[in-house]
Design a protein around this ligand. Structure first.
Ligand SMILES: NC(=O)c1ccc[n+]([C@@H]2O[C@H](COP(=O)([O-])OP(=O)(O)OC[C@H]3O[C@@H](n4cnc5c(N)ncnc54)[C@H](OP(=O)(O)O)[C@@H]3O)[C@@H](O)[C@H]2O)c1
Length: 316
């Protein structure tokens, strides 16, 4: 007794229909998807295998996720930030992945706001790793507080960490990249490098400054074959709001709702990796509302100013 006997002519017709119009397109789609991801993965590996990537702010959030994806694609990652124990934890997590033919990560303490540390930090990496192929300026701190209630010390601290720290590190790395005629400098800015909102003055100013520096750098470095990329994320689910400084320089210590509902750092890190592989100059990874705000700021500024004034009124 075969099963075929139980399938009557109309069943066979509908089975045929399902195979033709659903099964076949699904299988073709799946095969295409697998082929595309294989090609993309090979492209990523070819571009990144063996590269030395310095990641600042690698002890948490986006930087930690960047360490994972670049390590997984064969890079020797240099993990830099202030908290040694957290960097060691990230290194252990990477090693536990047992990725074959990827060199052991290097851990290096660095306080971006201490500009004296930057040159010796870079020298130490060249002594240890012999080269720096990609510098990812990711380390940073945010701000929560009105201008009236934020001390100048806080403005300076945020500017030193987010702007001068990244600029100083870049300047320390550039001469050897220029000599080698290759290298890639990445800046993790923010949508707040494109628009400024109330209660974030120091942060938005530091990220705007970073964007401007990066644009000048990109044009100057073109002749030296050095790539410069800027990524501007919207909300990402990290400890950024917990670690943000309030007006008197203490930690904000609140997980903002918008941050908690943000993109995962893993998603953002993968986007940044592809930006590096494709040598894209700019990438905005943002939600609808921040994107709309950027559009309004540049196309209908008076409306943007009106909305922001209302927002400042609500938050104060
Ligand atoms: N999360 C978001 O919604 C969002 C959106 C747009 C842009 N960003 C940007 O993404 C970057 C990473 O932030 P995150 O979201 O991943 O926040 P996070 O989890 O708070 O990470 C910040 C990182 O920066 C490091 N850092 C802070 N001050 C430093 C200093 N003085 N010297 C060296 N490293 C320092 C921290 O390490 P140590 O404490 O160990 O030093 C930490 O690894 C920042 O530049 C931030 O502005 C974040």
């Amino acid at each position: 007794m075969s099963v075929i006997k139980f399938i009557n002519a109309s069943d066979a017709k509908s089975l045929n229909w399902y195979l033709k119009y659903i099964g076949l397109p699904l299988s073709v789609g799946f095969i295409m998807y697998r082929l595309c991801s294989q090609v993309t993965n090979r492209k990523r590996r070819n571009a990144l295998q063996g590269k030395v990537v310095v990641i600042t702010g690698a002890s948490s959030g986006i930087g930690e996720a960047l360490a994972h994806v670049f390590y997984e694609y064969g890079c020797k990652v240099v993990l830099a930030s202030r908290r040694r124990t957290e960097l060691d934890r990230v290194k252990e997590d990477l090693l536990s992945k047992k990725i074959p033919s990827t060199e052991e990560p290097v851990v290096c303490e660095l306080d971006l706001s201490n500009l004296e540390q930057l040159e010796p930090f870079v020298k130490k990496i060249y002594d240890t790793c012999g080269q720096i192929d990609i510098l990812i300026n990711n380390g940073g701190v945010s701000h929560r507080g009105s201008i009236l209630h934020t001390t100048l010390e806080v403005d300076k601290k945020i500017m030193y960490t987010n702007y001068f720290g990244s600029v100083g590190l870049t300047k320390a790395v550039l001469p050897r990249m220029v000599e080698k005629k290759s290298g890639h400098v990445v800046f993790v800015s923010s949508v707040q490098g494109l628009i400024a909102i109330p209660d974030r003055s120091a942060y938005a100013a530091s990220k705007h400054a970073l964007q401007a520096f990066a644009d000048s750098l990109r044009s100057e470095m073109y002749q030296h074959k050095i790539d410069v990329s800027v990524v501007s994320p919207g909300y990402v689910k990290t400890a950024v709001s917990l670690n943000a400084l309030n007006g008197s320089g203490e930690n904000h210590a609140v997980m903002d709702k918008s941050t908690a509902a943000g993109f995962t750092p893993e998603y953002v890190a993968m986007k940044i990796l592809d930006m590096v592989v494709n040598k894209d100059k700019e990438l905005v990874i943002s939600q609808f509302l921040p994107n709309l705000a950027v559009f309004l700021r540049h196309s209908v500024p008076s409306l943007y100013f009106w909305v922001m004034a209302r927002r400042a009124n609500i938050t104060n």
